[in-house]
Write a protein that binds this ligand. Sequence first.
Ligand SMILES: NC(=O)C1=CN([C@@H]2O[C@H](COP(=O)(O)OP(=O)(O)OC[C@H]3O[C@@H](n4cnc5c(N)ncnc54)[C@H](OP(=O)(O)O)[C@@H]3O)[C@@H](O)[C@H]2O)[C@H](O)CC1
Ligand SMILES: [K+]
Length: 504
Amino acid sequence: MKVAFPVQMRRIDELIIERGIPSVLLMENASRSVLEEVLKYPTVKEIAILCGGGNNGGDGYAIGRLLLNAGKTVSVIECYHPSTPDAIFNASLFVSFGGGIHACEESTVESLLSRADMVIDSIFGTGFHGELQGRVAELVEYINGLKSVKLAVDIPSGVSGFDGSVRGIAFRADKTVTFGAGKVGHYLYPGRDYCGEVVVRSEGFSREILDRQLDSSVIDEELVLELLPERHADSHKGTYGAVLIVGGSEIYTGAPFLSALGALRSGCGLTYTYTPPEAAAVIRSNLPEVIAIVGKGPHIFRDDLDTIVEIAKKADSIVIGPGIGRNEETAETVLELLKVFSKSSMVLDADGLYALSKDLTVLSRTEDILLTPHPGEFRRLCGETDLKSLMDFCENFHCRVILKGSSSVLCNPYGKLSINITGTTGLAKGGSGDLLSGTIGSFAAQTGDLERAGILGMYFMGKAAELSDESDASNTASSIGKEYSRVFSCLVEGARGEKHGIGT
Ligand SMILES: NC(=O)C1=CN([C@@H]2O[C@H](COP(=O)(O)OP(=O)(O)OC[C@H]3O[C@@H](n4cnc5c(N)ncnc54)[C@H](OP(=O)(O)O)[C@@H]3O)[C@@H](O)[C@H]2O)[C@H](O)CC1
Ligand SMILES: [K+]
């Protein structure tokens, strides 16, 4: 499902208006779709709407009029004076249909809000920046403590549509009705927490314009089915590529095993690992299908280089880092590998990223690399962890990064985002990152496309955790890796259902 940045949404509005649809009609369409969502709550009779001064506020006045005409009791609380032509127009229409407007400073506003069955937030939408302040912040905090149904128009006020960040307070919605396309900020934390259910209503929007203007996505089943490598009856292990995983150290003997598990279970034809002896022993006793090559010392160091380069000739993609540790010699060797494999398809994870932080210039020479840091690792590389910094980093170093988190984001050098919303708290545990890097390496070996592999990898691991019978708290990366089979089955069933029109 395509998602928009606020600036893209504004451009889409402009393009639709240029084709001849008046902006006030866009507002009417948006408001009508909110009306329909409100009418899905039959017990809601009395509604309070907080209106800002921009077009989000304009939507609020139009919604108020439509609700009045549908027989509801409606009060508007004016947080800012209407300032755009469409907001001014709709505020006056609301009044001419008998609507009552209260200034937000009035002392009776709290009792009015507490009486309402539903509170609608039409204060700010895509034009919001900074933070809620003064009386408006006070009212939003008050509303968040009420038991009434809370509905946000387009975006909960206080949430940035750009990156989901919240400074201070924000409206906590049960439902957010958004227009044209979901906004990036709906799907990233902490914003995702404030939206409740996100309903995208695209009436009146041109599919052609939306498709042309938007490239970022929230990863859904439809996208995964498009990207999943096909498996033909007439095939052999060579058909599905080979991955090489380089990692392991004295301390981290299990990480390469988890990475190899992800690779095997996601369909790779051949999985090679190159690790110190103790890590190889774990792999050999748990995953006999893996070709586990044993390194020359207790951690990866320069004497391993030639053999790794030799094995890499058989691999379609290389994963460097799971459990590789922070030995000085190891870090130097990782940097050397990044130079040698500068033209290869590579996933760099865990302490492989620590090595990279010692010399970021190496990154500029790589041609096909995906970094998979968690926020701590990304901060070491970039100094910041916000979305804008991630996008700048990918552009500057011309690389792809998956910034891992409750909503993981893959960013490419051109600012295209792929947001993963699958997953459970069962993944908030050591080992998940190792499983993910191996899974991505495997899909890269199968498809020859790291971006496609990153999208598939994030979705697979999250979905496997969701489908697992284990409770979230007790789940483990090794159990989640074994559930990949269920993800494949669900996808196949979903595709079959679609083909036969089931559920449509
Ligand atoms: N296709 C669509 O998506 C449609 C969307 N519509 C609705 O329009 C809004 C966007 O409207 P816009 O007028 O651009 O923006 P907002 O209503 O969100 O608010 C802009 C005003 O708010 C001021 N502002 C911003 N942040 C703050 C703050 N922290 N404190 C105080 N004031 C703030 C801002 O001031 P500036 O100084 O930045 O200019 C503006 O005055 C969209 O979300 C939809 O709901 C239309 O209905 C058409 C279809
Ligand atoms: K809003």
